[in-house]
Write a protein that binds this ligand. Structure first.
Ligand code: COA
Length: 391
């Protein structure tokens, strides 16, 4: 039985800041951000969007009534969760009206959370072939104004429907994974900003990739020649390229060209959104599938997932017949076109405009947010959400 990705949804908030303008404001050469880091636009979450609403909006575009009946497991991968006890999945489960007889949980291991969720979903479907699992990958990446990580922030979510006989990508058996207890990036419970040793995390990302790639080759007998493309977890679009370059000499000139060309396509959406942590790898996959018009059915795609701290995994999938017919290409084009640029001072105001943490109530203006699902306020230490379709 084939198991894999049946549908892919994506959502990014409607605001962005231009990286050239951010560079000028920070007295940095724009090319450092646009070439050195490889980012053009950075999505900014207004106060009415949090990881729950981003995920719910991403899932909204893909789920039909039959899916909502069949989903019996909702797994939410995030590293910017809103509660230390209740899972973000439970909120999304209600906001979307999913079958009550479902399990709903949150998984955490930095950017690796959604990959763990997919592997868990795969096992669940193997035991329950008729069911479907909704995997959500949603985050708001915040390092702080004027920090070295500022250019690698972003916000957004990817929703994946995992099922038997998937219409987009069938996951293959072999995968390689690795854990090592390192401090390259972490966020203590008391902090709303991440701490990072940027250079060390770059090094570890590459090292993890090399190790799982070698282990994968041993386990599978496959090599570069067997891959049409490799997608990477992308904290910024230059990162995956650095890792890819370290294995390119294992392929012929033609294979190197193919992987480099497809890598570029796989970073298009990420360049426009920024870092979305758990969803970054899947946004890159989406970018490749939607932006590369002649990617043949049956192609093998490699996926490298890296979650600081750290866990890495290399796994693979095969594109299914007519997979392009099941993508939301037009919808995503409209989503990007409808976004609104904010100036750097506006971005700074939005960044500093955070929810109360002293238990006081707040009512938010959801009319200025075009998203269907929004955070409408806080009362008695509880977040309040609305789905405008139900009003
Ligand atoms: N034109 C073109 N490129 C330029 C440039 C210019 N004018 N100025 C600098 N660059 C290049 C640098 O050469 C460097 O490229 P390289 O990495 O290929 O050598 C790149 O821009 C970044 O410059 P650097 O000085 O290393 O930036 P930084 O000290 O601000 O740190 C990060 C960059 C990514 C480490 C930092 O943003 C960060 O910590 N981010 C969060 C953590 C993260 O994303 N980790 C990734 C693994 S999970």
């Amino acid at each position: 039985m084939k198991i894999g990705i049946d549908k892919i949804g994506f959502y990014a908030p409607h605001l962005f800041v231009d990286m050239n303008e951010l560079a000028v404001a920070r007295n940095i050469e724009p090319e450092k951000f646009t070439i050195g880091i490889g980012q053009e636009k950075m999505a900014i979450a207004p106060i009415t969007q949090d990881p729950v609403t981003l995920a719910a909006n991403a899932a909204l575009e893909i789920l039909d009534e039959q899916d909502k009946e069949k989903i019996d497991f909702v797994i939410f991968g995030t590293e910017s969760g809103i509660d230390n006890s209740k899972s973000a999945a439970v909120y999304v489960h209600r906001l979307l009206g999913i079958n009550p007889h479902a399990r709903s949980i949150e998984l955490k291991q930095a950017c690796y959370g959604a990959t763990a969720a997919i592997q868990m979903a795969k096992g669940h479907i193997a035991l329950n072939p008729d069911s479907k699992v909704l995997v959500l990958a949603s985050d708001i990446a915040r390092y702080g104004l004027n920090t070295s990580g500022e250019s690698t922030q972003g916000a957004g979510a990817v929703a994946l429907l995992i099922s038997a006989e998937p219409k987009i990508l069938a996951l293959e058996e072999k995968s390689a994974y690795l854990t090592d207890d390192i401090m390259d990036f972490w966020r203590p419970i008391y902090s709303d900003r991440a701490f990072v040793d940027g250079k060390f995390s770059n090094e570890q990302y590459i090292l993890f990739f090399q190790k799982v790639w070698e282990q994968y080759k041993e386990k599978s007998g496959f090599g570069i020649t067997d891959f049409e493309a490799i997608c990477y977890d992308l904290p910024y679009t230059k990162m995956g390229l650095k890792a890819l370059r370290t294995i390119l000499d294992q392929g012929t000139e033609e294979e190197q060209q193919r992987l480099l060309e497809n890598y570029k396509v796989s970073t298009k959406y990420n360049r426009m959104v920024g870092n979305i942590y758990t969803g970054s790898l899947y946004l890159s996959l989406l970018s490749l599938l939607e932006q590369k018009e002649d990617l043949a059915d049956g192609s093998r795609i490699g996926l490298f997932s890296y979650g600081s701290g750290a866990v890495g995994e290399f796994f693979t999938g095969i594109l299914q017949s007519n997979y392009r017919e099941h993508l939301q290409i037009q919808h995503h084009r409209e989503l990007f076109e409808a976004r609104k640029k904010v100036t750097v001072p506006e971005y700074e105001r939005i960044f500093d405009n955070t929810l109360p943490i002293d238990g006081s109530s707040i009512e938010l203006d959801t009319d200025s947010d075009p998203a269907v699902i929004c955070l409408s306020g806080m009362k008695d230490n509880m977040r309040l959400y609305i789905n405008k379709l139900n009003q």
